[in-house]
Design a protein around this ligand. Structure first.
Ligand SMILES: [Zn+2]
Length: 376
């Protein structure tokens, strides 16, 4: 991956290449992005640039041996840490660490480095479970770093989602993150910096990876993922600047339809004051196959509510809503009270957070539906 392969975020690229050129490289860095906005590709491009034997115009050559190895994710001095759990693809007696799943990780990153957290879990066969970074992982990292690097260049531990690290694992890593061996870097990508343990966070230099603009998303969808120009334009519009989100919507049209039908059912019931049907919609939410999907529904519904708000305030054209959505949501926008959008967005947020904390989905969604029903 070269910087040139990643559109946008020129300031971050400049800061990174400048750091590499000056030789003053921070040993722990945290890249904060909204899911699917390209922080992992930037990390890979940066590491490739650092180790490139023939840097040109602020970018790696893409052709030297280390460029080739890094772009294939087989560079011997680059380790990956990501949240895992036990699942169908490993034997149940094994305590899984990232290396257990390395093959699947590589396949996923090479095919689409903009993947979302839920896509990683389905790739690893741990759908329906939350991944985490446990102490066994910390031990494995320490073990690797106790050995000498294979090459003479930089070595990196890439940690994808350090917010999934528990306190015990973080404590084990603290010292080495603070004072790593020479030319050893910790490169972390987070979607929730506020959830990264403070002890780790405070040792990192942070970078904000911004969402791409619509043209950049559309361009990436077309050139890298062979999406048609028309589809690229439509989904770039509703992607929130995330290539990963756009790809998921394109790939998961089935999810979208499923979410939309539940949302529609709920809102029609709310508008016609039909509590029974509204509660049925709540049942449908808790019947969604995995917790990732249940959270996915909450995010989807919140996005719809945001669009309702925009439509209510005469901003339909900048709401990122498709024509079909505008038609559908306009009725809801016209009949709702002023406080509706604001409050419901909050309810959806807290429902997603409760699902994340393993609260019983039936209880969460029954309560959510009640609140939405009362607020309309
Ligand atoms: Zn090179």
């Amino acid at each position: 991956m070269r910087f040139a392969d990643i559109p946008g975020n020129d300031d971050v690229k400049r800061a990174l290449s400048g750091m590499a050129d000056s030789g003053r490289v921070a040993h722990a860095m945290l890249f904060y992005e909204n899911e699917g906005c390209g922080a992992l590709p930037l990390v890979l491009a940066f590491f490739q640039y650092l180790n490139c034997q023939d840097r040109r115009d602020g970018d790696s050559c893409g052709e030297c041996p280390s460029c080739r190895q890094i772009s294939k994710l087989i560079y011997p001095d680059m380790y990956f840490v990501f949240p895992v759990n036990s699942g169908t693809r490993v034997s149940s007696s094994e305590k899984p660490v990232s290396d257990t799943y390395l093959k699947y990780w590589r396949e996923l990153v090479l095919a689409d480095p903009y993947f979302l957290e839920s896509e990683l879990y389905s790739e690893l066969g741990i759908e329906g479970k939350a991944g985490n970074i446990a102490v066994a992982e910390a031990k494995s990292v320490l073990e690797k770093l106790s050995l000498s690097p294979v090459g003479s260049g930089y070595r990196a531990v890439v940690i994808w989602l350090p917010e999934k690290m528990n306190a015990e694992a973080a404590n084990r890593l603290l010292k080495i993150v603070e004072e790593p061996p020479e030319k050893t870097l910790f490169l972390m990508v987070t979607h929730a910096p506020e959830k990264v343990l403070q002890t780790i966070f405070s040792r990192c230099q942070s970078f904000r990876v911004l969402p791409m603009d619509k043209e950049e998303v559309a361009q990436t969808l077309q050139t890298r993922f062979s999406v048609s120009a028309e589809q690229a334009r439509v989904y770039a519009n509703v992607s929130g600047g995330s290539v990963g989100a756009a790809l998921t919507m394109i790939g998961d049209r089935a999810d979208y339809d499923e979410y939309m039908s539940i949302f529609e059912k709920l809102m029609q019931a709310v508008r016609s004051k039909d509590l029974l049907t509204a509660l049925e919609a709540g049942e449908d939410m808790s019947a969604l196959k995995s917790r990732e999907k249940q959270k996915g529904f909450c995010a989807f519904a919140e996005d719809c509510i945001r669009k309702v708000y925009m439509i209510r305030h005469g901003m339909a054209s900048v709401s990122n809503a498709t024509e079909d959505e505008i038609q559908l949501l306009s009725g809801l926008a016209a009949g709702s009270r002023d406080v509706f959008c604001d409050r419901v967005a909050g309810y959806l947020d807290s429902a997603a957070a409760q699902i994340d904390r393993n609260v019983n989905a039936k209880i969460v969604f029954c309560d959510l539906v009640n609140r939405i029903f009362m607020t309309y």
